[in-house]
Design a binder for this molecule. Structure first.
Ligand code: NAP
Ligand code: COA
Length: 262
């Protein structure tokens, strides 16, 4: 798909200023689509918009996905400037490893609020501005949503919630021609998420052993799956949580927990 042949689309990426989400934003910009990103750091937003602008029209918003008013204002501004949103990505997240007994109520709440409430805010507040029919929504989940993982009670609960938001909104919004899906990446190389989950060489080796394909994903692997799910080629796919994990989930909870022990 190129913007020249199919027409430029409006893309909004919540948390689009680093790692996987930024790779998703950059890929759409390189194809000539209009791309807006939102995150907390003014520096990261500025840097991302500078790069995106080299390819296409770009907007940046400094906001926290936990702040519903700020998220709503950003989405409304994008709609005012560019019209209906065609592709909406919700990927803002926080993660750290903490066994439950050392996790405070606020620590648990922070991750639930960023990942789950943040995703609800992004999807719900985008509702008036989504193309109907035709919009495609994608949230970023993780395999910890259904494979209980030591040190990840907060993340697992948040991502499981995202999976159910995905299925429920797919059910509610299907009649409006809106598709709602999620992807659950496996370990992705050179990302903040894996720097936190696998901080040592031994941990990286352990995670690599847990993946049947025998390697970490590249951000390009995740971009490919995202582009397919959000394209017309996946026009009959909705309510799906797509594992893009090199087969990690085939090993179940024991494989992922063995990797976490390293
Ligand atoms: P990352 O580089 O830390 O990206 C997180 C992004 O979200 C950043 O742009 C960050 O920017 C933004 N963000 C964080 N908190 C926010 C908040 N409260 N409000 C608004 N924006 C916020 O992480 P990543 O490793 O690429 O992960 C990206 C996504 O993939 C996450 O949803 C993660 O759970 C998921 N995932 C990652 C992996 C992996 O291997 N890395 C595996 C499975 C799933 P600011 O700091 O400027 O806010
Ligand atoms: N272990 C245990 N608790 C931790 C922790 C850790 N490693 N890191 C933070 N917390 C707790 C804090 O102690 C605090 O709880 P308290 O008030 O009871 O002390 C709570 O979490 C909130 O911390 P704070 O730093 O105020 O939150 P924040 O909203 O500023 O930041 C985080 C959110 C903690 C998730 C931060 O790591 C972050 O911004 N992450 C984004 C990047 C990221 O995680 N990328 C990977 C995505 S997969």
């Amino acid at each position: 798909m190129s913007a020249e042949t199919s027409g430029a689309k409006t893309v909004f990426v919540a948390g689009g200023t680093s790692g996987i989400n930024r790779a998703i934003a950059e890929a759409y910009a390189r194809q000539g689509h209009r791309v807006a990103v939102l995150s907390r750091s003014a520096e990261k937003v500025e840097d991302t918009v500078a790069v995106l602008s080299g390819h296409s029209s770009a907007l940046g918003f400094v906001a926290d996905v936990r702040d519903a008013d700020a998220v709503g204002t950003a989405l409304s501004n994008v709609h005012d400037l560019w019209g209906d949103i065609d592709i909406l990505i919700s990927g803002a997240a926080g993660n750290f490893v903490a066994p439950a007994e050392s996790l405070s109520t606020n620590g648990f709440k922070s991750v639930i609020d960023i990942d789950l409430l943040g995703t609800f805010n992004v999807l719900r507040l985008a509702w008036p501005y989504l193309r109907k029919p035709g919009a495609s929504i994608l949230s970023i989940s993780a395999s910890t949503a259904w494979m209980p993982t030591k040190g990840q009670v907060h993340v697992g609960a948040a991502k499981a919630g995202i999976d159910q938001v995905t299925r429920t909104l797919a059910l509610e919004w299907g009649q409006h021609g809106i598709r709602v899906n999620a992807i659950a990446p496996g370990p992705v190389a050179d990302t903040e998420g894996m720097r936190r989950l696998a901080p040592t060489d031994d941990a990286v080796a352990g995670w690599t052993r847990a993946v049947p394909l025998g390697r970490f994903a590249t951000t390009a692997d995740i971009v490919s799956a995202t582009q397919w799910l959000c394209s017309d080629a996946a026009g009959y796919v909705t309510g799906v949580i797509l594992d893009v994990d090199g087969g990690l989930s085939l090993g179940g909870s024991s494989a992922i927990n063995a990797a976490m022990q390293q």
